[in-house]
Design a protein around this ligand. Structure first.
Ligand code: PEP
Ligand code: MN
Length: 358
């Protein structure tokens, strides 16, 4: 995997890379009206879906190729660069022919290596930036695999788009962000550009600012938002689109965080605080070591007396007591239950080993 990527999507160093535009290119008039509304909004890329992958048949599936010249007109009239989603080789070839500046691979396509490979083959030897959305299922390897296929075709300017993961049942968000997954991916590929598609994570206008700011707090490089002149009338994703004016307002409120600084005072204070954190982490590790040694002893003891490892009532008591104590210390029940469950599982694993081996 490439570890020396182009900074194309890296938001010019001190600000995010901004992508905005309608979910779908519905009519030439709607596309141009949106683009003119965004012309002075300081965006880097205008988006519009030409081919729309809809979950159910019968929904608006995009205008297809006849809508490509509308994007050309956006370029001519506003000077904005344009991007669209491609889901197969034919889409990619037509988009290239019509001067689309940047392509993206949608979440449903990323789940299918055949589709991604077909697109990669069509782009072989072409110098066009490509963004790869996360697959609808939370699988980092599949996401990276798609990116790798694109990079192997010789594409140098790449980014990933985090648009959240499908869930069953009702949730606050349309697609769960599962930030931890993206954080792990950033840890593994620190030079990869990350764009947050807050619109598809949220599924509603309400949380767009919060989710976008959270992404910037996590040092994402860019934000993609869906914008429509009359969101309520949109032919797709009506609930999550905002007007160009609302977009400008959200954008103006968002704070970009720098990845680093050379302010010596700040760096000194940060280092001191990190030193304290490292000491506490060492203490936590020493305590975990001591706790696990005790668990090994308990395992041997239970084995001698032929007693089962899992004592449900004791485990419930530990968990409930810890959550209650944690809450009094201002620690969330999610944190305490996550930590205690991990500790308890490891304790069971160790006792199993003791019973088997000793
Ligand atoms: C879109 O960007 O309009 C879209 C269809 O997104 P996704 O692939 O994330 O569902
Ligand atoms: Mn959409």
């Amino acid at each position: 995997m490439n570890t020396n990527r182009s900074p194309f999507f890296k938001g010019q160093g001190s600000r995010p890379y901004w992508i905005a535009g309608p979910c779908s290119a519905e009519t030439e008039q709607q596309v141009l009206e949106t683009a003119h509304g965004l012309k002075d909004a300081g965006i880097d890329l205008f988006r519009a879906g030409i081919w729309k992958p809809r979950t159910r048949p019968g929904d608006f599936e995009g205008n297809g190729s006849p809508a490509l010249p509308w994007l050309q007109r956006v370029k001519e009239e506003t000077g904005l660069s344009v991007c669209t989603e491609v889901a197969n080789a034919q889409h990619a070839e037509e988009a290239l022919r019509c001067g689309v500046d940047v392509l993206w691979i949608g979440a449903r396509s990323t789940t299918n290596p055949f589709s991604v490979q077909e697109i990669a083959d069509a782009l072989q030897g072409v110098d066009i930036p490509v963004m790869v959305k996360n697959p609808i299922n939370p699988d980092i390897k599949l996401w990276m695999g798609a990116l790798e296929r694109i990079e192997r075709a010789g594409i140098k300017k790449v980014a990933v788009i985090h648009r959240g993961f499908s869930t069953f049942g009702k949730d606050k968000y349309r697609n769960q962000p599962r930030w931890q997954l993206a954080i792990e991916l950033k840890r593994q590929f620190p030079d990869l550009a990350f764009i947050c598609d807050s619109s598809h994570i949220c599924g509603s206008r309400e949380w767009l600012y919060d989710v976008s700011q959270k992404a910037l707090d996590l040092n994402y490089d860019g934000i993609m938002l869906e914008v429509h002149p009359r969101p309520h009338e949109a032919w797709s994703d009506a609930l999550q689109q905002i007007t160009p004016d609302q977009y400008k307002e959200v954008k103006s409120k968002l704070n970009f965080r720098y990845s680093s600084t050379d302010d010596v005072d700040f760096l000194d204070s940060l280092e001191a605080l990190r030193g304290q954190i490292d000491e506490i982490d060492d203490e936590i590790l020493a305590l975990l070591e001591a706790r696990m040694k005790l668990c090994d002893g308990i395992g041997r003891f239970k084995k001698r007396n032929n007693i089962a490892i899992l004592q449900t009532s004791r485990w419930s008591e530990i968990l409930e007591k810890s959550i209650a104590k944690g809450q009094r210390k201002g620690l969330s029940s999610e944190l305490i239950s996550g930590v205690m469950k991990a500790v308890h599982q490891e304790s069971i694993n160790r006792q199993h080993k003791v019973m088997r081996d000793a």
